[in-house]
Design a binder for this molecule. Structure first.
Ligand code: ADP
Ligand code: MG
Length: 379
């Protein structure tokens, strides 16, 4: 197994600040988050400051560095190109990849991932590039791309493209990779059709109003893109290479306590906090694996991390795009979002080629496969 250069070991953490909304302007909110250069963000505590001296001013500033910072001037294409485009090539040449949109409700996650007809987000731009890349790389191999779109709500999986199918289960297949039993897989390369499917699917997401008086998504929406490549080599060997790209619009990260949730809302909040915590823990544990503090990574802590096990398990490239509002009224949410994303930045997954051969002489390869699996477990 060929090891890849360190420069290919990739976790990117990006931050996107959306424009101030009309409602925020009406509420008299001021701007509290400022982009400085390409990678820095300065967050100003809007709290009371009786002595407006330079020193007092400085102590109210917090600086965060990310791989990339986008402000309200960044277009959908700018965000896609800087965060996700390179993953498409990776998926074609043999890696898994995951993109997360993280942040509180209303911060711009769905805008980044789904976007709108005139300003399509990462979902559509990724699929369009992927179809193009496969078209161009056709060589002695049959490639097929399919997508499915699901939500995880209260630790239950629902098919957003086929909501009548009820609750779906995760299963491990004979090769040890996680599958969603009974999920609808769609293969179309028509951009307009994809956008319609995803927009319709997105309307099926579990939305609940919170005390913050806005619609918040209480579910994680996952667009799962599967690329299968069947190659026929000489000496009777046939290989099926399966790569997965997960594009995840996470549930709002606001805390249950902050939105004064009660009863059912509080239970949802607990599930969301738990899965976001599990995700953060997995990412963090992975970052420490190569060091002496290697620890057991518990992907089983939530449905989300279980589903993403292969994609986070060291054989993948990962991008997290954290989202915040620039408004002073969202200061506390922005601060906790920045801290979470900053913590994730420690990740150093080792990227390896995802070659899983299903051959006529499978018996001979069983050992290789279990070695590989052990190696992946160890990562
Ligand atoms: P979330 O999915 O995080 O709850 P949304 O993506 O629904 O948030 O964004 C909330 C509102 O802000 C929507 O009306 C959306 O169109 C708008 N919005 C978010 N990000 C941007 C942006 N970068 N530029 C313009 N409008 C945005
Ligand atoms: Mg949303």
């Amino acid at each position: 197994m060929k090891e890849v250069e360190p420069k290919d070991q990739q976790l990117m953490v990006a931050l996107r600040i959306r424009p101030l909304s009309d409602t925020e302007l009406e509420e008299g909110a001021t701007i509290t988050a400022h982009k400085v250069g390409d990678q820095m963000l300065v967050l100003m505590d809007p709290g009371e400051d009786p002595e407006d001296t330079l020193r007092a001013h400085r102590s109210r500033e917090k600086t965060f560095i990310f791989d990339t910072v986008f402000d309200q001037h960044a277009s959908q294409e700018d965000v896609y190109r800087a965060t996700t485009q390179h993953l498409v090539e990776g998926v074609v040449s043999g890696y898994n990849a995951t993109v997360f949109a993280y942040g509180p409700s209303g911060a711009g996650k769905t805008y980044t991932m789904l976007g709108m007809d005139a300003e399509p987000g990462i979902y559509l731009q990724t699929l369009t590039d992927l179809f193009r890349a496969i078209e161009e790389s056709r060589d002695n191999a049959d490639c097929s791309v399919s997508m499915s779109y699901l939500e995880i709500y209260n630790e239950v999986i629902r098919d957003l493209l086929n909501p009548s199918s009820g609750f779906l289960d995760l299963r491990e297949d004979s090769r040890g990779s996680i599958q969603i039993a009974g999920i609808m897989e769609v293969s179309t390369s028509n951009a307009q059709e994809i956008m319609q499917l995803l927009t319709k699917g997105n309307r099926q997401r579990t939305q609940e109003p919170t005390a913050a008086n806005r619609t918040s998504s209480r579910s994680h929406a996952v667009l799962q893109v599967t690329v299968q490549r069947r190659s026929r080599g000489t000496d009777m060997l046939e290989g099926v290479h399966v790569r997965r790209l997960f594009l995840v619009d996470l549930a709002g990260s606001e805390r249950a306590s902050q939105t004064q949730n009660r009863g059912k809302r509080r239970k949802e909040g607990a599930h969301i906090n738990r899965s976001l915590l599990a995700l953060g823990n997995c990412i963090n544990a992975l970052s420490e694996k190569s060091g002496s503090r290697a620890q057991y990574v518990n992907f089983r802590d939530s449905k989300l991390t279980r589903l993403l096990k292969d994609a986070l398990g060291g054989n993948s490239r990962t991008v997290m795009i954290a989202h915040i509002s620039p408004a002073s009224t969202s200061f506390e949410e922005s601060r906790t979002t920045l801290l979470y994303a900053y913590r994730a930045k420690n990740i150093k997954t080792r990227v390896k080629r995802n070659l899983l051969n299903v051959s006529y002489r499978i018996a001979q390869y069983t050992d290789v496969i279990s070695d590989l699996r052990r190696e992946i477990e160890r990562l």
